[in-house]
Design a protein around this ligand. Structure first.
Ligand SMILES: Cc1ncc(C[n+]2csc(CCOP(=O)(O)OP(=O)(O)O)c2C)c(N)n1
Ligand SMILES: [Mg+2]
Length: 514
């Protein structure tokens, strides 16, 4: 058995069975070793950002790491933006990065680079393997780090000669124990909630899954606290029958206004709310300076358990009363395809159990508001703000959950960063409906120019925020990458195309000209 085979056997014993890969010469033994163990699925991504985003989506839906296989520093670098999103989502991932043979590094061959320095900012754990015999043990350490708690991105750099060198065999994977929830912290949070007149719970991370939401709803029922969520949740369970949460607005003035009346915030899996960006006359902190801030759980602790303990500490009844069900907005039958109409149509069309990957940017807010009344579903958000994640994350979510419909709501600008994901959807026959919000511009940046007081953008500013000249033919792009694709330009056309696209098994794309 060689080092690469020992690694793959170790992966299988850890329950890791998927590898999103874009390999090169320095990864050939790892590529070959994928076939040395039954049950490993190698999935080709045609750009590394597709591989890393897919691993993020897979990790968010399974809580288990997928492997990525990336080619030295440049391959890893191409995957960094979506690893940044994965780090913010606290997704488990094991990156395998091939490197030159140990004896070749000193010659500074063209592909030589400082891979560790590239890996550090997006990886909670980094190691350079140094011997074939250590490879299984190094992989086991990477998997343990990724699995957590706390879950994280782990990166293992592997010289090619260590992959092909002789190894003893697979290694055993040990697991970290969960840190117990701190009772003093729970009591402090319950005191704050009792003391406050206008308290709120800000939920993030796994607090936004069903057990966390139900416990949080008990706390809300007992204290009158508002239930808030992060603006871009990694994974939010929502829809009819689930406790409703208010999403923190994106723009800081709106967020400050939204939080203005609050006198205590209890954080559960979330961090203190701050603006995405600094602006000349707007504070970075969003909560009122006078609001007390407490946290029920630190990283690595089980936040759903912490919320339950908090509900118990408050003597909240075991279940919260169900709120009034949200009502689906009516969808117009005709007219121009505007975000409002599109949001209502999608919320009315999505099946129970759908996974909605939301990078609709300026198009998706009305959808977000409408979908509270949709059947229960999962939302995967743009955690790190690095655009170009929805199509890759949809790949990973569909691989993770083959029995669920995945809907990727993707703004056109972001979609163009990683459109190669469409080919992987087709190649793997993944059950994903891709909805492109084709406004043919970077609309958010045009809004930011206006916010900065630039009423008449100059020719450069216009050119740098406009995606027309030429218009991009998304239906043509989708078709050429193997995904049956349509373009719609009106409500009536979308109403006609949406239901059949969602009903069809396998990938479909609709370019929505908005
Ligand atoms: C990796 C990365 N590069 C650049 C940006 C800056 N950026 C933020 S939004 C945006 C354009 C978004 O356009 P689109 O996806 O079409 O959404 P729209 O605003 O049109 O709704 C850009 C370039 C970013 N957030 N991430
Ligand atoms: Mg756009």
């Amino acid at each position: 058995m060689n080092g690469a085979e020992a690694l793959m056997h170790t992966a299988r014993t850890a329950g890791i069975d998927v590898c999103f890969a874009n390999p090169g010469t320095t990864e050939m033994p790892l590529v070959a070793a994928l076939d040395s163990v039954p049950g490993l699925r190698g999935i080709l991504g045609l750009f590394e950002g597709v591989c890393t985003g897919a691993a993020d989506g897979y990790g968010r839906m399974t809580d288990r790491p997928a492997m990525t296989l990336l080619h030295l520093g440049p391959g890893f670098a191409n995957g960094i933006a979506n690893l940044h999103n994965a780090r913010r989502a606290r997704s488990p991932i094991v990156n395998l990065v091939g490197d030159h043979t140990r004896s070749h590094v000193e010659f500074d061959a063209p592909l030589t680079s400082d891979i560790v320095s590239l890996a550090r900012p997006v990886s909670g754990w980094v190691r350079s393997n140094r011997a074939a015999d250590d490879l299984a043990v190094d992989f086991a350490a990477a998997a343990r780090a990724a699995l957590g708690p706390p879950r994280q991105v782990a990166t293992l750099i592997i010289p090619a000669d260590c992959q092909w060198g002789k190894a003893d065999g697979p290694a055993e994977i040990r697991r970290n124990a969960a840190a117990p929830v701190d009772t003093a912290r729970i009591l402090a949070a319950s005191d704050e909630l009792r003391r406050a007149e206008h308290p709120a719970l800000l939920l993030g991370g796994t607090a936004l899954r069903e057990p966390g939401l139900r416990a949080a709803a008990r706390v809300a029922a007992a204290t009158g606290a508002r239930l808030l969520s992060e603006t871009f949740p990694a994974r939010l369970e929502r829809g009819t029958g689930l406790p409703r949460v208010e999403r923190l607005p994106y723009f800081p003035e709106q967020a400050i206004e939204f939080l203005a009346s609050i006198d205590a915030i209890v954080l559960a899996g979330a961090r203190e709310p701050v603006a995405f960006f600094g602006y000349p006359d707007t504070a970075s902190r969003l909560a009122p300076a006078t609001a007390a801030i407490a946290s029920v759980a630190e990283r690595g602790e089980d936040v759903a358990v912490a919320l339950e303990n908090l509900a118990n500490a408050l003597d909240a009844p075991p279940t919260a009363p169900p709120g009034a069900d949200a009502v689906l907005p009516g969808a117009p039958a005709a007219g121009p395809l505007e975000p409002q109409a599109l949001g209502a149509l999608l919320a009315r069309s999505q099946p129970a159990g759908a996974i909605v990957v939301d990078e609709g940017a300026t198009t998706s807010l009305p959808y977000t508001l409408a979908a509270d009344a949709a059947p229960p579903h999962t939302v995967l958000g743009l955690t790190g703000g690095a655009i170009g994640q929805a199509l890759p994350v949809a790949v990973g979510a569909a691989v993770a959950c083959p029995d669920r419909k995945v809907i990727a709501l993707q703004a056109d600008g972001g979609g163009l960063y990683t459109l190669q994901a469409l080919w992987t959807l087709a190649r793997e026959g993944l059950d994903v409906t891709v909805l492109i919000c084709s406004n043919r511009r970077y609309r958010i940046l045009q809004i930011e120019l206006a916010r900065a007081g630039i009423a008449e953008p100059g020719p450069n500013a216009q050119s740098l925020t406009d995606l027309s000249r030429p218009d991009i033919d998304w239906a043509g792009l989708g078709s050429s990458l193997g995904v049956p694709s349509r373009r719609v330009e009106s409500v009536a056309e979308l109403a006609r195309e949406l239901a059949p696209a969602i009903a069809a098994p396998g990938p479909r794309l609709i370019e929505m000209v908005v």
